[in-house]
Design a protein around this ligand. Structure first.
Ligand code: CTP
Ligand code: MG
Length: 221
């Protein structure tokens, strides 16, 4: 089966607050984008990669892929205004030969072969989507305006969900046909009645949002 990976890297990184987009922030020696790109390239599970770059940053992304010798990169395209638009742009580059599609946030640089294997495995059992997640350990509270606690939310059965997320290619294409918006791909599949399952994620798949996250992930390199 042919597995295509869409690496979404088109966000502005407003909460990181640098002059360049988050994908080109320095993580260790290299631009952040280099780390997940190298890892997807080296994964035996992945046959082809589509990089979704920040608008006007396609050229630096192509050069980076060349520098890394990332021969699995089939296409580099510009992303859109929202993550959903960016995934849609990437999906348009995925060829018909793809059987399964992985969608991964570049902002989670430390993707491993183990987690890729874990999300791909249940697809052969007929699931419409597979997401990595971590059971929520902290107590959850809903907080209203002014900082007052409204309620304590039972955390039973609540998972914090990460990427890479895996889907049969036809299921993901159908999920992106409309113009619905969601913060992850699985939500669009669920919205069409698809059955999505959760597998164990990885604490090191932390999404880099703030400068402190960038430092923490850099310390794990
Ligand atoms: N993303 C994208 N296109 C967008 C928005 C987000 O490809 N229009 C990608 C980001 O590059 C990132 C992932 O989706 O890899 C998760 O998004 P997030 O962490 O929110 O990144 P940013 O949107 O860049 O950050 P911020 O919200 O702070 O601006
Ligand atoms: Mg964002």
């Amino acid at each position: 089966m042919s597995v295509w990976a869409i690496l979404v890297a088109a966000g502005r990184g407003e909460r990181l607050g640098l002059d360049q987009p988050k994908a080109f922030a320095k993580l260790g020696e290299d631009p952040l984008l280099a780390e997940p790109l190298r890892r997807l390239e080296e994964s035996d599970w992945v046959d082809a990669i589509v990089v979704v770059a920040p608008p006007a940053w396609e050229e630096p992304a192509i050069l980076l892929a060349e520098e890394l010798g990332a021969g699995k990169v089939v296409s580099v395209v510009a992303g859109g205004e929202t993550r959903t638009d960016s995934v849609r742009a990437g999906l348009a580059e995925v060829r018909d030969e793809a059987v399964a599609v992985l969608v991964h946030d570049a902002a989670r640089p430390l993707v491993t072969d183990d987690v890729i294997g874990r999300v791909l495995a249940p697809l052969s059992q007929g699931w419409d989507g597979v997401v990595p997640g971590l059971a929520v350990a902290d107590t959850l509270k809903r907080v209203g305006d002014g900082g007052a606690v409204v309620e304590t939310v039972p955390r039973d059965g609540l998972w914090a969900v990460q990427t890479p997320q895996a889907f049969p290619a036809d299921v993901l294409r159908r999920a992106y046909e409309g113009d619905a918006e969601a913060t992850d791909c699985a939500a669009l599949v669920e919205g069409r009645g698809g059955r999505v399952t959760v597998v164990e994620g990885d604490a090191r798949l932390l999404k880099i949002t703030t400068p402190a996250d960038l430092e923490r992930v850099a310390s794990w390199l």
